[in-house]
Write a new protein. Structure first.
Lengths: 315, 285
């Protein structure tokens, strides 16, 4: 187990390092000088130069890379070019919207997908199964931003149940915040739930063919008892992997949804920062998201190894 | 001859309709999409405008046809890019691993994981923002994220084949690994690649729609389904069909491709499920 851990950890560090280099190079070739952008049209050459020095833009690229990476390790992400406050502050503030939204969406999609998958698998080939999987098939095909537009049309415009966008901030009442996140979370969750329920169904079907389920049935358990007591836990393993992947997908994929509902989240911040050439913010957020993906994959790998000892030896 | 499953037939018909609409739009659309007809704006679907008109009085059916063509072309080329680069990489990794070159395989696959670690939509937005919005850059942005997918599928399918007798006998004949990959491995994994291509095609359609929704895909005046949706957003209160129709087109097109992919998979490779589980274990180890 020790060797396995070490190997995984090493590859994690290397992945992150290479990722930061790629991100840095990409940002380097973005056209436009942030200092000139900040000064606007009226900025004099000297003032722009001074600003470049202040932002560290006149250093060699490799110097900037190292100061950026070493800064990040100590939690110093630099100063945002447009907001003039530490990037870390900006990110934390926005994360407090994006992460709850993502978690909310994941909870919703799990709550939908697990029962749908189980019901569908246990009624395999019957009408309910066909209908549910048909709906899931359509769900996979729905782009979440279009679904969001439809939700706004139905719940905000026609029924007036939810506001069409905005976020009151966590100082407001908790219920109000939850309500503001509900439509965005549903629009993120439903297409994901469709994918997840298909995985859940095939996973349950596969598990039900296992020897231990036959043993449980031979012991006298009913099909449902065998599934609930022995099958479900095993069937959840592939679902957990997908959930792990979806977390990072949703965190980054919220960009468009956050824009539609005017939520002050990470995705919207990164989108605005790209438009305003606030490159240091873009750089930091992309790195953080990559970090999140890599960490989650790492944790999922560890969980796998913990659940299934066979995998440790192979590594 | 095996019977084609129903899902494949339905998916195939849907896909054919869209491909046909895309091809027809090259020569003919019911109306000219660049011609404005302000007095005829915001017509709900009717006999002369089947899908209604937008805020400039442009015919929605014509716009949808051209938008479909743009989506299909961007996705087709993007998936092509993914295959052209991804499949050889996967074959190389498999050949290297079977030939004892574990390091090359490991490096290729770690590189793959690296691309997977980047949030694809965000990177696509960044790429198009850096190199300028437009169809070509959208293709590149979507294509890059198709490379690791095809590399992984090709490698996973090729690896078990390298243990087969006919591959061994080809080795004995003195054929190079590259030649064996092309002549003996490729024909045997082509089915899987076709299925994967269908799935990636549908993913690319959604990606293209997302990019043009945020204004980074196909540029005006060329109609695109994603941008039609973002323009519709401010008008959905009184002209909801502007949102229903382009979205419905995307959903049906993606649904058709997915159904076709599922059907193809059932027909072409009934053993796929088994292979998949072993690949998951291989990947996790």
């Amino acid at each position: 187990m020790g060797r396995f851990l070490l190997k995984r950890f090493l590859s994690l560090v290397i992945t992150l390092l290479v990722a930061t280099v790629i991100i840095f190079i990409m940002i380097e070739i973005v056209p436009g000088d942030p200092a000139a952008y900040m000064m606007g049209l009226s900025g004099s050459t000297e003032a722009t130069e001074a600003l470049r020095a202040e932002l560290g833009l006149n250093m060699e690229p490799w110097q900037r890379y190292f100061s950026w990476v070493s800064g990040m390790i100590t939690g110093d992400f630099g100063i945002s070019y447009t907001y003039r406050i530490p990037v870390s502050e900006l990110i934390i503030e926005r994360t407090l919207v994006s992460v709850p939204l993502t978690v909310y969406a994941l909870i919703l999609s799990t709550l939908i997908a697990v029962p749908v998958g189980v019901i569908s698998a246990s009624l395999r080939g019957r009408f309910a199964d066909t209908a549910l999987m048909g709906i899931a098939q359509v769900g996979v095909a729905v782009p979440n931003f279009w679904f969001a537009i439809l939700l706004v049309l139905l719940f905000s415009t026609s029924l007036g149940l939810f506001s069409a966008g905005g976020f009151p901030g966590w100082d407001a009442e908790f219920f109000e915040c939850l309500k503001a996140l509900t439509l965005p979370a549903i629009s993120l969750a439903l297409p994901q739930a469709a994918i997840l329920s298909r995985v859940m169904r095939s996973s349950v079907l596969e598990v039900m063919n296992e020897d231990y389920i036959r043993t449980a049935r031979a012991k006298g358990l009913s099909k449902r008892q065998a599934l609930l007591r022995h099958g479900l836990r095993n069937a959840m393993i592939p679902v957990l992997t997908i959930l792990g992947l979806q977390f990072s997908f949703l965190l980054a994929g919220g960009i468009i949804i956050e824009s539609i509902f005017s939520l002050p989240g990470l995705g919207r911040l990164v989108f605005q920062s790209i438009a305003q050439r606030d490159l240091i913010v873009v750089q930091s957020i992309v790195t953080l998201l990559v970090f999140a993906v890599v960490m989650i994959t790492f944790i999922v790998d560890l969980l796998y190894a913990w659940v299934d000892p066979r995998l440790r030896e192979g590594g | 001859m095996k019977r084609w499953p129903l899902s494949f037939l339905i998916g195939g018909v849907l896909t054919d309709i869209f491909i046909a609409a895309a091809i027809i739009s090259l020569f003919w659309t019911p109306y000219d999409v660049t011609a404005l007809d302000i007095p005829g704006k915001f017509q709900a679907p009717n006999m002369s405008h089947w899908f209604g008109t937008d805020h400039f009085g442009r015919d929605l059916l014509s716009m949808v046809m051209i938008g479909t063509r743009n989506a299909v072309m961007v996705s087709l080329v993007a998936v092509g890019v993914g295959m052209v680069f991804g499949v050889p990489l996967g074959l190389w990794a498999a050949a290297a691993k079977s030939g004892g070159g574990k390091l090359i395989d490991e490096m290729l696959m770690r590189g793959n994981d690296l691309i997977f670690a980047f949030p694809s939509l965000l990177m696509a937005i960044l790429i198009t923002a850096v190199f300028g919005p437009g169809a070509i850059n959208a293709i590149i942005a979507i294509g890059i994220f198709n490379i690791p997918v095809f590399a992984r599928v090709a490698r996973g399918a090729a690896l078990p084949l390298w243990k087969r007798e006919y591959i061994l006998s080809a080795c004995v004949c003195g054929k190079s690994a590259a030649r064996i990959s092309m002549e003996h491995i490729m024909p045997n994994i082509a089915n899987l690649l076709i299925v994967q291509a269908t799935i990636q095609f549908s993913v690319a359609i959604i990606a293209e729609a997302s990019l043009s929704y945020v204004g980074l895909g196909t540029q005006p005046p060329d109609p695109s389904l994603g941008r039609m949706l973002s323009e519709a957003q401010t008008m959905i209160f009184f002209a909801p069909w502007l949102a229903y129709i382009p979205g419905g087109v995307i959903v049906t097109m993606v649904l058709g491709l997915n159904l076709m992919g599922d059907g193809l998979r059932d027909v072409l490779d009934p053993k796929l499920n088994r292979k998949r589980t072993s690949e998951v274990e291989d990947g996790a180890a």
